[in-house]
Design a protein around this ligand. Structure first.
Ligand code: SAH
Ligand code: SF4
Ligand code: F3S
Length: 486
């Protein structure tokens, strides 16, 4: 386990070990030497920053990368003008890519002012050959590029950037390996994401994730539970189990266990007060999972259940493997069994061949399910996916119109759903000081709704009772109750 490793005892004068994670500790120790020399020469330690694009998986990966930089001795900063800058990229939609290119342009001028600066790129976008070609041709100032499959080798690659000249590119096509017990630096002391699986096997026809994250691999339940026990001992009250499709957890493991079974085990861990998970594919959501959620005192009253489209014709072309009717029946069953649950979703507008009639089907589902929140995306063509080759791409104007219509209905229903608890008392996990008003705290209800209320920062990380006084659209203004009031 990482906590037990003494980096100063590693002999960096002999060669690196072959096995992981020992090999990476060796390189962390080696980087430390380099950092020590930098501090001596410059009278300050080198700074490092990571910018994260994309989803919760990437956010978790960045915590692991940050853990390595911290152990190597870097001063971690949020500033982009650091001595080591790493962009952890996303490529799920084209605008994510464009943002990376834009920010890289800014880094180029910063590097001119600080020639010792190292620029590194990793994450999903790097798994696309066309991106690598473009970077090699037009972004020669980038020092290090690696992908999603060899992220556990970061310490080793970091060392190489100081030993070799020129752009280092190391991209793997796939991996079977899951390397445990590398250092992590968490963003929040009281809540944490935990990977339970990597990759995706679903190949929804619009989606690039299976191509850039590889095949589905589940972590061993013992490793997951050990990590969560450790987090709980460190004061983590809320865990979020992460996977592209948590409902298929365990399928490739030798010892049979499914997601519901894993949740039962997590529930038993003392100190864990809240359990969340992302994402549930509707086609694999079992009755057993609904049962476990219903009986649980810890699993949060929130289910993210991506719809993508409400039209059967489009769902089939998307390769989602459920129909509008099946989705509606599932949502109804969940609402019946767990009436206080908040259901949220993802919707894509403008998938090839989509007509306004299809959009109406989507709107019909939104009205029937009554989502607490829905992320609505404009379809983005991803090279290499089956949908990119479909002939009937939808004209921009029609997409806009459909998008605006969907958004309006989503907002109207969400506003009503969120307001259901006005006047009641909710348990709120206090997360931070409010962004706009320092006298307020911001916390989250079990159903994921945000609540702002006056209170002192010492409450951050605690679960407290709050009276939900006024619903303001998508969040509440509240009043803290003394524990005895709750
Ligand atoms: N594994 C998760 C989703 C991961 S991607 C799931 O299956 O639900 C997050 C969301 O991005 C998806 O739910 C989808 O709504 C959206 N998305 C994925 N590919 C997209 C594309 N090509 N264009 C627009 N939105 C897309
Ligand atoms: Fe993409 Fe579908 Fe896999 Fe989600 S389930 S990551 S949308 S292919
Ligand atoms: Fe983006 Fe990769 Fe997540 S493409 S959405 S960061 S899995």
């Amino acid at each position: 386990m990482f906590n037990e490793i003494d980096l100063d005892k590693i002999d960096i004068d002999s060669g690196p070990p072959i096995e992981e994670p020992a090999r990476q500790y060796y390189f962390i120790a080696k980087c430390r030497e380099w950092v020590r020399r930098f501090c001596e020469n410059y009278g300050r330690c080198p700074t490092a920053s990571i910018q994260t694009f994309g989803c919760q998986m990437n956010a978790r990966d960045s915590e692991k990368l940050l853990g390595i930089l911290r152990q190597a001795g870097y001063d971690i900063t949020e500033e982009e003008s650091a001595d080591f800058v790493l962009f952890n990229t996303c490529t799920v939609r084209d605008n994510a890519n464009q943002r990376v290119y834009g920010r890289l342009g800014e880094l180029k001028s910063l590097k001119k002012q600080n020639p010792a600066m190292k620029i590194a790129l990793c994450g999903c976008m790097m798994q696309e050959p066309t991106v690598i070609e473009k970077l090699r041709a037009s972004y020669r100032f980038v020092d290090l590029i690696f992908g999603t499959h060899n992220i556990f080798r970061f310490a080793e690659l970091l060392c190489r950037t100081y030993e070799e000249q020129g752009m280092i590119v190391d991209i793997w096509e796939d991996t079977e390996q899951i390397v445990e017990d590398l250092p992590v630096e968490r963003k929040y002391p009281f809540k944490s994401g935990i990977n339970i699986m990597f990759g995706c096997n679903n190949f929804c026809s619009y989606c690039i994730v299976p191509y850039v994250r590889g095949r589905e691999r589940s972590r061993e339940p013992e490793d997951i539970l050990r990590e969560i026990r450790q987090l709980a001992a460190q004061g983590v009250a809320e865990v979020m189990l992460l996977g592209q499709n948590v409902n298929s957890y365990g399928r490739n493991l030798k010892k049979p266990i499914n997601f519901a079974g894993l949740l039962r085990e997590v529930e038993k861990i003392e100190g864990v007060e809240r359990i969340r998970f992302m994402t549930s594919h509707p086609k694999d959501l079992s009755d057993e999972l609904i049962e476990v959620m219903k009986e649980s005192g810890k699993i949060c009253r929130h289910l993210h259940l991506p719809l993508q489209s409400g039209s059967n014709r489009i769902l089939e072309r998307m390769n989602r493997r459920y129909t509008k009717e099946q989705y509606l029946a599932l949502a109804q069953k969940i609402r019946q069994e767990i009436p206080d649950i908040a259901i949220t979703t993802d919707i894509i507008v403008g998938f090839p061949g989509e007509t306004m009639e299809d959009v109406e089907d989507t709107i019909d589902v939104i009205r029937q399910v009554r989502y607490d929140n829905a992320f609505t995306f404009i379809y983005s063509k991803r090279t290499g996916t089956p949908a990119a080759a479909m002939p009937d791409q939808v004209p921009e104007e029609q997409v806009r119109e459909g998008f605006d219509r969907v958004l309006k209905v989503v907002q109207d229903t969400a506003r009503e759903q969120v307001a259901r608890y006005q006047g009641q008392v909710a348990k709120v996990l206090v997360e931070e000081i409010n962004d706009h008003d320092e006298s307020l705290l911001t916390g989250r209800m079990s159903n994921n709704t945000l609540v702002h209320f006056p209170g002192s920062p010492e409450l951050i990380g605690r679960i407290v009772p709050v009276a939900l006084e006024k619903c303001q659209g998508f969040y509440y203004m509240g009043r803290l109750l003394l524990e005895t009031d709750g």
